[in-house]
Structure formats: C-alpha cells, structure tokens
Design a protein around this ligand. Structure first.
Ligand SMILES: [Zn+2]
Ligand SMILES: [Zn+2]
Length: 361
C-alpha cells in the first residue's frame, strides 16, 4: 500500500472528526469554522498530496540513494526498537526542520502555508505546503546515514504527520502534564498564534520536550487568548497563491536589495530581516486590531464552490489511489486540472477586492 492510499483511507476519518468538532462547536456556541477558510485549507491538503506523489521519486529517492551509499550500518526493519528509535530521531529532526521553517525566510516560504489560516480547527491540520519537498529532505539525511531503512523513514514520517491532526482544535482545553511532554491542542494553539509572547514557540511534532530542552517552549496563557494566522496576512483562498506568495515577496525583496551579499543573505535570515536593520520585531503589535479576511459572497456562490470542492475531492481521492499506475505526464495533467478547479473555487468565494475584509468578531 502506498502513502497516498493510506491518506485516502484516512480521509473519511478526517472528515468524521471535522464533522464532530463542528457539531461540538455549534452546541457549545463556539463554532470555529468558516466554509471559505475550511475549503481553502482542505484544498491545500489535496494539492500537497498530489504534489507529494509527483515529487516522491525525488524526496524518497535521495534518502534511498544516501542510505545505499553512505549508511554506517544497516538497521533491521524487523526489530521493534528500530521503529521506536526511528520515530524518536525523526521527531527530533522534525523539530529542527520546523524551527528553521520559522526562522529562515526560504524555509518559511514553504511552511507559511500551514499557518495562513486565520481560523484554528481540524481543517487547519490538513493545510500543508506544496513546496516542502524542495529543501525539507536535507533535515532527515542523518537517519539514512545512521542506517534507518527507507521504509522505516517513510512510515515514521507519516506517523509524525498523522499524529499532529488532532491537536488542531480549540475544543480541547489544557491537559496538564500532557501539555508539557507532548504536542497538544493547547501548546500547538500557541504555535499558530501571532500574539507577541507566542511567536516562534512550540515546534515539536509528537514530543514537545524538544522545545523545553532547546528553549522554545511557551505555555498557553489565560490572559492572552490566541489570535491565529500570520502577521503578513495571505488574504486569498487560492491554493496556488498561498504556495507562491511568500517566495514572490522574497524575490521582490532580493531584487530591490542593492548589495549582492544581502541579496543572498536574506534567504537564510528570518523573513522580516532587512539589510542594515536586522531581524528586530517592532514592539506593540495588536493582534486583535488586524482585519479578518472574510469576503461576503451570495449563497449561490457558496453552494457552487462547495459542489466544486466535493467534485475535486473525489477526483483527488481517485487519483491518489491509482497514482502509482500513472505516468508523469498524466500526473502533471491532474495537477494542472486541480489547480484550475481550485482557482475557480477560490474565485467563487471572493467577490470584488473592495469588500474583502471585516473586523474580528
Ligand atoms: Zn509551524
Ligand atoms: Zn499546525
């Protein structure tokens, strides 16, 4: 069974839990869903999975190549401790991958996608980048060199990702000791928040002890309710825009930066770094003062967008199930069709640029 097929099998579970979370939210009078945002987040998950199929030969290929040529030993995939230590090591490397994903502009350009939702619910978990394959593989090569077989690497990577699904919810409160050992709804809410005390905290995937070891842990505070999103707001429902926007901004910044040294340096500095100024974050940011992207559209547009979304979801599931039997041209054709369908969905949910924002509720 392929990774993509496992995701297809997990999809009904994702949707059942999203439905349950929505129902609980409505009953409690604390509904955290908006159709436009959820459709956009899940569309980004679909795009990420389709791109994942197209780039698997590249990412897993490099890992396998390094494993076959440079592994110091060959660990036995039949031994339970190889899986357990593999998961632990993966989670440790994921911590650094994720931390640099926030603190270097090039990696942030890929990872920002996961953070651009201004809501926080289980659909946010599915909101994954489509360009993580470009650089992400570098972080996991120590596993190949230490002799973890490609199968162990692929499975523990999937386990680490699937674990993080349930923590994207506001319906589960603080969980005491659990919040200090594992990535949890409370400490991951902090990770997604733009409030000053929460910026660049809690990178852990399964374990959050890495954050406590390396000084990036922050508890959720009663007096500081989380406000979600990115400080540099996306303001679009289109998955293509979400994936390329930060890269485009960095390219523009590189073009207007006069010195060659700075042109190269800005990719490895934090996204807000400016030549001659550094990476200082201006104090006094008020997260609740910023507008929420939520353009009103007629209900006919919402229904059409939802219908198109369901059709695309069915198409993507069919593709992911059969992708290993298709050639690269057919796979690229599906990607192009998906991008076009998603652009149309986003268009239906966005009326005119003039009426596109309103205040926080
Ligand atoms: Zn993050
Ligand atoms: Zn997250």
């Amino acid at each position: 069974m392929t990774d993509a097929q496992i995701i297809v099998l997990a999809t009904p579970v994702f949707f059942a839990l999203i439905g349950l979370e929505y129902w609980i939210g409505v009953r409690r009078g604390r509904d955290t869903y908006r159709l436009n945002d959820a459709v956009s987040s899940i569309a980004l998950g679909m795009l990420s999975q389709v791109v994942g199929v197209l780039t698997k030969l590249f990412t897993l290929g490099i890992y396998t190549w390094v494993f076959e040529r440079a592994a110091l030993m060959r660990l036995d995939a039949g031994a339970w401790w190889v899986w357990l230590t593999g998961l632990l090591l993966y989670d440790f490397l994921y911590y650094w991958h994720h931390r640099l994903g926030h603190t270097t502009a090039l990696l942030w350009a890929a990872h920002a996608v996961h953070h651009q939702s201004e809501d926080y619910n289980l659909s946010t978990a599915l909101r994954q980048t489509g360009s993580g394959w470009l650089v992400g593989w570098i972080f996991y090569l120590p596993m190949a060199i230490l002799g973890f077989p490609p199968l162990v690497f692929a499975v523990v990577a999937l386990v680490d990702l699937l674990y993080q699904f349930w923590v994207h919810t506001q319906q589960v409160g603080r969980l005491g000791w659990f919040d200090r050992w594992f990535c949890s709804p409370s400490n991951h809410r902090v990770h997604h928040a733009v409030n000053d005390p929460y910026l660049d905290r809690n990178y852990g995937g399964i374990l959050v002890i890495w954050d406590r070891m390396f000084g990036s842990f922050q508890e959720e505070l009663e007096r500081e309710p989380c406000v979600y999103g990115t400080r540099d707001a996306l303001a679009s429902w289109d998955p293509w825009t979400a994936n390329v926007q930060v890269y485009a901004k960095l390219l523009r910044k590189a073009r207007r930066t006069p010195r060659w040294r700075d042109k190269l340096r800005l990719w490895w500095e934090p996204a807000h770094w400016e030549p001659g100024v550094g990476a200082r974050i201006a104090p006094g940011y008020d997260p609740r003062a910023r507008p929420l992207f939520d353009p009103p559209v007629p209900s006919s547009h919402r229904i059409a967008a939802a219908a198109l979304f369901v059709a695309l979801l069915g198409g993507v599931a069919l593709f992911l199930w059969n992708a290993h039997r298709l050639g690269p041209m057919a796979q690229l054709g599906v990607l192009a069709g998906l991008l076009a369908g998603q652009a149309l969905t986003a268009r239906l949910l966005t009326p005119s640029p003039s009426s596109s924002t309103r205040g926080h509720p």
